[in-house]
Design a protein around this ligand. Structure first.
Ligand SMILES: [Zn+2]
Length: 331
């Protein structure tokens, strides 16, 4: 299911219908806003068995035919998903070679062969160079979709050979509407309240909102982390160091903690600027006294630092523990 991004969707659908699809696309935009979902929905549309698929503007695939289901489960023979492997730091050349070999075979069903590279910025230099050769000489009915929140780290020669499609944050009302539809099994009142709160809590990112909507335990966990974090921010340096030592600081967990912190700071910013209606107050602990003394410019400054740190953890081998310590010292 697609939430938001109608322009991007209709653009691709028009290209498909007019036989003008490019060989390579680069989807860029923040994490968890729906780039990967749209890529999958689009290859479903290409391969859907329903005669009704994509007939009217904005319309998606049927979602229930064999092909749609196989693509959803990532087991469809003509579509290959390339992801960062669990135990790896980067997407290496062997994964890209495999993808290129896949594209070189004829489509099993006579349609397009599609490769979706999720987290394309994780490709190392050799992998990118290998990919570049294919971009220079694309063959037949193939489509390559690179997905990345940090496309600036890709080789400029790769970027220039892809058609770039940018994704933006989604209107919370649209997220709310879709969450309500999704949760039709919940009692109506409760469902609407949670959907409304989550849409703004998740900073206009549908992927994140869905994740927390479907996993109440995860939401609870986030709130516990947030409470702990707020306590730590208000404590002395020694306790801050203790905290960074205590939490299991692999890259992913730090990213999670930083994301939660980012949410809280945005919440404070909304409160400070009087935009109370844009933030779900029930989801956050009461702002502590020293936060009340924070100026708007101070909050913005820390948010900016957070963004830089986040990018460094995603893109380099920056030490997550050290990064979090630096940030906590700033506050
Ligand atoms: Zn279908």
């Amino acid at each position: 299911m697609l939430i938001g991004h109608k322009k991007q969707w209709d653009f691709l659908k028009n290209k498909l219908e007019s036989g003008q699809l490019a060989h390579a696309y680069l989807f860029s935009g923040e994490e968890k806003i729906g780039k990967r979902t749209l890529a999958k929905e689009f290859v479903k549309l290409i391969n859907c068995l329903s005669a009704e698929a994509g007939k009217s503007p904005g319309q998606e695939s049927c979602g229930i035919c064999r092909n749609c289901k196989d693509i959803e489960n990532e087991s469809y023979v003509d579509v290959l998903m390339v992801n960062l492997k669990n135990d790896k730091q980067e997407i290496d050349i062997s994964q890209i070679r495999e993808a290129l070999l896949f594209l070189s075979y004829k489509s099993y069903y006579g349609s397009f062969k599609a490769v979706i590279v999720n987290g394309a910025e994780k490709m190392n230099f050799e992998a990118q160079s290998c990919l570049l050769k294919t971009l220079e000489e694309p063959k037949g009915k193939t489509i390559l979709i690179l997905i990345s929140p940090h496309p600036e780290t890709l080789l400029s020669t790769i970027i220039s050979r892809c058609q770039r499609i940018k994704f933006y944050l989604v209107d919370p009302k649209e997220i709310e509407y879709n969450l309500v539809k999704m949760g039709e099994s919940l009692p109506a009142g409760r469902q609407e309240k949670i959907a409304h709160d989550l849409a703004s809590f998740c900073s206009c990112k549908p992927g994140q909102a869905i994740e927390l909507f479907l996993n109440p335990d995860k939401l609870k966990e986030e709130q516990t982390t947030l409470q702990e974090l707020v306590k730590v921010i208000n404590s002395n340096l020694a306790l801050k160091f203790q905290y960074t030592k205590k939490i299991n600081l692999d890259g992913n967990n730090t990213k999670r903690v930083l994301e939660i912190l980012q949410r809280y700071l945005r919440h404070l910013l909304f409160l400070k600027t009087g935009a109370d209606n844009l933030t779900p107050k029930d989801f956050f602990p009461e702002a502590a006294d020293n936060f009340k003394n924070y100026s708007i410019s101070k909050i913005k400054e820390v948010l900016k630092l957070l963004e830089i740190i986040n990018a460094q953890i995603s893109l380099t081998n920056a030490n997550p523990k050290l990064a979090l310590e630096i940030l906590l010292m700033e506050m």
